[in-house]
Design a protein around this ligand. Structure first.
Ligand code: PLP
Length: 508
């Protein structure tokens, strides 16, 4: 209910004017708006914190942090990200790690089957040169803001990236995460072209920020669906439920024809960029036919659209080539983004490499993206030594050599387990497609609640000592690139045994 005085305020203007005029003569003064406003009442809480050493003592006392204390603080204060917080209640407490192995507080030992989030490519033993570089940078100039000054490592890592990429790619940015790298790439593409739309694939993931989640095609995009504009999703050249054609070359050509039709119908003059994962990673190790990727590059040139290669997951040797776009002869992207393997995730760092035309443009135009931590000196120093280590140790060569072992182990698993329909492998990156008795993915790729077989299968994997990032119905194998053949075969033997449990729970 409006109070009497408020309801008077809402009367039509002419009536209010009439009242005001009247009040100047005989009527008592009408309340002015200032008389009607009352300050909002604060529900006061205590914001004074006791910062005495006595109260904070446990933070200086390592012995206060036994497992019960750690778990208690976890329950009381730790938040999760993509899953509800209680999903962390039962995760192991990792106390140490080396090579491809993780050790938990309860004595369990796990093989790291997906290099955490497919990022700890060099494994869990940090080479001394990387340690020294990090320490040296901390001891000399721990942070210089990238907009205000230069450090040696920024130039040296930029030069190294340019030496490792095709000659066209000359300009380098170093954000902190893969999502940020894609965010910056999208900003560059939009500002440079003056166009807004970006085309991405349904089976893709590009990051957790609003724009990059809008760019993402998999179900995670639902978290940002309201309010993100300008992303047009296209079907992958390797769709989920059908083939464009039986023959793989014909399949690629039809997928390209569909893509061009979509470009024309959207209007090429509205499309800034096409952004593709060079090999689709979390979406299932989908390796497009070279003709498709060559055709996408050609379509971009024909229609004046920039081509962005998202190599956040597959850059730095994961697929057996240093860059995954090198699987496609003649294809050079306008922009390459990467992260993860760049620093083996020892410190957060990502990169954006852009061609010389874009690079030249950035010399006289602001990109319009930035961050306090862009080109963080300590992360740069870490990445510089990591990349040199990868090259010297030929880790991408090891990934390429191990592809045959992964393929052999996966083929044996397909032959044995009814729940495994098919497998793919490229370099140190394998994936199994898991199905139910009806021959379809046991968990839909569309939005759906988790299948009841997921929990027992995950438990079986943990019981077998396999630590992995399982995205049902896809089972990825992506151990650190330092893994040797014996460890790889050991890991697959464990996965094989855990799959017995999945077969059973799926009703085979
Ligand atoms: N792009 C791809 C292909 C990814 O796989 C990921 C993460 O998995 C990202 C972008 C986002 O990277 P980040 O989690 O570092 O933001």
């Amino acid at each position: 209910m409006l109070s009497a005085s408020k309801s008077r305020l809402l009367r039509p203007l002419t009536a209010q004017c009439a009242v005001r005029v009247a009040s100047m003569s005989t009527m008592p003064r009408e309340p002015h708006i200032a008389d009607l406003w009352s300050p909002p009442e604060l529900a006061a809480k205590n914001n004074v914190v006791d910062m005495s050493m006595q109260r904070l003592a446990r933070h200086w006392d390592d012995s206060a942090w036994d497992e019960a204390a750690i778990r208690g603080a976890q329950k009381d204060h730790v938040c999760a990200t993509w899953a509800p917080g209680n999903s962390l209640d039962a995760v192991p407490l990792i106390t140490s790690a080396e090579g491809v192995w993780l050790h938990a507080s309860d004595g369990r030992k796990f093989i790291d089957w997906t290099s955490q989030a497919i990022c700890v490519n060099m494994g869990h033993s940090v080479p001394p040169a990387v340690m020294n570089a990090i320490t040296h940078q901390l001891e000399t100039a721990p942070h210089v803001y990238s907009g205000l000054g230069m450090v040696e490592m920024r130039s040296r890592l930029s030069a190294l990236m340019s030496d490792l990429l095709p000659a066209e790619l000359t300009g380098m940015l170093f954000p902190s995460s893969g999502g940020e790298a894609n965010e910056a790439a999208i900003r560059i593409a939009r500002r440079f072209t003056g166009k807004h739309k970006v085309m991405t694939q349904y089976r893709s993931y590009h990051g957790g920020s609003a724009s990059t989640l809008g760019a993402t095609g998999d179900t995670r995009r639902a978290f940002a669906e309201s309010g993100v504009t300008g992303f047009v999703h296209i079907l992958n050249s390797t769709p989920w439920q059908f083939n464009w054609a039986e023959d793989s070359e014909e399949n690629a050509q039809r997928a390209l024809a569909a893509l061009e039709e979509q470009i024309l119908l959207e209007g090429a003059d509205t499309i800034a960029a096409i952004m593709l994962e060079s090999v689709v990673g979390s979406g299932g190790v989908l390796v497009p036919h070279p003709s498709y990727m060559q055709g996408v590059r050609a379509l971009c040139d024909m229609h004046n659209i920039l081509y962005i290669a998202d190599e956040v997951m597959v850059g730095f040797g994961r697929t057996g080539k240093f860059w995954a776009f090198q699987h496609y002869d003649g294809v050079v992207p306008d922009i390459v983004t990467s992260a993860k393997g760049l620093s083996s995730a020892y410190l957060p760092l990502s990169m954006v490499a852009m061609n010389s035309e874009l690079h030249e443009w950035t010399r006289t135009n602001p990109i319009g993206w930035g961050s306090t931590y862009q080109a963080h000196p300590v992360a740069l120093a870490c990445a510089y030594e990591c990349v040199k280590h990868m090259i010297k140790e030929d880790l991408h060569g090891n990934a390429q050599r191990m592809e045959a072992v992964i393929a052999e182990c996966q083929d044996a698993i397909v032959a044995k387990h009814p729940s495994v329909r098919q497998a793919r492998a490229i370099g140190m990156f394998g994936c199994l497609d898991l199905i139910g008795p009806d021959g379809k993915y046991f968990q839909s790729l569309a939005r759906a609640p988790p299948h009841k077989a997921v929990v027992p299968y995950k438990k079986a994997l943990m019981d077998e000592g396999v630590y992995c990032f399982f995205r049902p119905p896809l089972f990825h194998s992506a151990p650190p690139l330092v893994i040797n053949e014996a460890e790889l075969r050991d890991g697959f033997a464990r996965v094989d045994r855990a799959l017995d449990v999945l077969d059973e729970h799926l009703g085979f």
